[in-house]
Structure formats: C-alpha cells, structure tokens
Design a protein around this ligand. Structure first.
Ligand code: FE
Ligand code: FE
Ligand code: ZN
Length: 291
C-alpha cells in the first residue's frame, strides 16, 4: 500500500488532531509537521487528551501512526560550535524536541544535519556527532538525517558525509536517514535511475537506514546546490521520474512526504496526491488549485 502525505500545520489549539484532519482533507494516509514554527522557539504544551483523540481517529482511519513524521526546526545547527551558547542552545532545543516527540508518541524526527559555517566539513561532522551522542543517549525517538542540497556550507549533501556521521554515533538504533528527491538532484545525484542511486546508498550507508522520503520536484538542474522545491511534474525531475521513485518496490514501506510549494497561497497536496494515485500528470493542476 502506498503511504503518502504532505507537510501539514500544527497549531497550539488543535495540535495533532488539527494536523490529522488537514492530512485527511488531502486524501493522505500519513503526514509530517513541525511542533511549532520552524524558525522560532515558541512551543505550546502538548495536550495529552488531544493526542489521544487523534491517535484513536488514526486507528479508525487505518493510519499507521508509527510512520507519521515530525520535522525538527531549522534554527537548530548541530555543526556550528563557533559560539558555545549557540551550540548548547541547539543541543538543548533538539533534546526538548525529542521529548515532545516522545509525548506525542512520534517515532521519527527528521533533522537537517547542519551547516559548518566555515569551520570545515571535518569539524562540522565532529560537532554533529558529539551533539547527537548526547541527544540519543536514551530515547525511543529515531532521528532521521535528511540528505541536503549542499546550499552554502550544508553537511549531508552526499552519502559519504551521512555515513561518517552515523559511524561516529554510539547508538545506531536511534538513527536513520530521510532522502529528499529535490535535494538529491540539487546536490548532484541523478534521480532518473533511482535503482542505481539506491544501490550506491546501500553500499555506502545501508538501505535499511532509510525511513522516510521527501517527494519534491526541483526548480533547478542537477548539481545546482539551490534547494528550491517545485510542484510534482512541474520541475526538472519530472512526473515520470517521481512516479517511478514513489512506486519503487524497494521503497514500498517507506512513507512519502510532499513538501511542494503552495500555489498562490493554496495547498497543492490534495491535487498532487490524487495525481500520484492516478499516475497521470495533469498540466492544468495549478489552475485547478486556484479555482
Ligand atoms: Fe527538511
Ligand atoms: Fe525535505
Ligand atoms: Zn528542501
């Protein structure tokens, strides 16, 4: 069965129930959310009653809650220890985020590995390893390192860097990887032969680490290091390539999450999910969303 959803909102009043209802309105059977605004540290208290209601509703709707994803806020940068207080803040805030996932019963937390901001890749990777070894000490949450586009000084834009991070961790039970199709393309991987890409990933890191895949088209050509997502079938990756990835039997059990851009302030996900289920590209999709 195809497990597909999108990024959805999470607000302090409706919390997990609101996120679930938004996902259901898109015809999704999974979803991903930030537990607060990704660019700030304001976080509301998790309401256990709402969480319970949402989980009951997921059971009724046949949604596998273990595949629902949280994305860590992108203000966290574990690679940069130029200033002690900023580095400590990132570790502390991610620790709190892991706790919030535990409270919500969430298993998978996607994390951008970090940017070394001029410290160099080696120092950056050491900083990430040091921080994750603190955070992963005892938790039920699995942190998924996202493969990055290689914008600026981002770490994790190739499989070797992902492998080096995992190699340094004491606890490998609680680490995994989230592939992102736009990022893979922008960092220089040819996604048109995804089986070859998966073979390479398997050889270097191990395919069993992959627990989530972000399905995005890209506005830019291969190796552009840009990280600008495009709607499914409207970018340089193209509909057929993305469909082949989504329905690749080796990724069957992996949740697929859309993070494509809104079209004139409207979410495209209901339309994109429908198009993916039909396996038929609709060049009028954007005008349908607006009307
Ligand atoms: Fe991300
Ligand atoms: Fe992503
Ligand atoms: Zn991105």
């Amino acid at each position: 069965m195809l497990t597909i959803g999108s990024h959805v909102s999470f607000n302090s009043n409706t919390q997990l129930l609101g996120s679930l209802e938004e996902a259901l309105s898109y015809g999704a059977n999974t979803f991903m959310f930030y537990t607060g605004a990704p660019q700030n540290t304001v976080r509301s208290k998790i309401n256990s009653e709402i969480t319970k209601k949402a989980i009951d509703m997921m059971i009724k709707k046949n949604i596998d809650y273990s595949k629902v994803i949280v994305h860590a806020p992108y203000i966290i940068n574990l690679a940069n220890n130029k200033e002690d207080d900023k580095y400590d803040f990132s570790i502390r805030f991610l620790k709190e985020e892991v706790k919030r996932c535990e409270e919500l019963g969430i298993k998978y937390l996607v994390l951008h590995p970090g940017s070394h901001v001029g410290l160099g890749i080696d120092v950056g990777i050491d900083n990430i390893i040091n921080a994750l070894n603190i955070i992963l000490k005892d938790t039920t949450v699995v942190i998924l390192l996202e493969t990055m586009a290689g914008k600026g000084t981002e770490i994790g834009s190739n499989f070797d860097e992902i492998k080096r991070i995992i190699d340094g961790l004491n606890n490998k039970e609680n680490i995994g990887v989230c592939l992102d199709t736009c990022h893979l393309n922008d960092s220089g991987y040819d996604i048109s032969n995804f089986d070859a890409l998966l073979d390479e990933f398997d050889k270097i890191v191990g395919l069993s680490y992959v627990k989530c895949i972000h399905i995005n088209d890209s506005k830019n050509p291969i190796s552009s290091h840009k990280d600008r997502h495009e709607n499914i079938g409207f970018g340089t990756l193209g509909f057929d390539n993305l469909i082949k990835i989504i329905y690749n039997p080796r990724l069957e059990k992996i949740p697929k999450i859309l993070e494509t851009p809104y079209v004139e302030d409207l979410p495209p996900y209901k339309y994109e999910i429908e198009m993916i289920r039909n396996k038929q590209f609709d060049s009028n999709l954007k005008s349908k969303i607006i009307h």
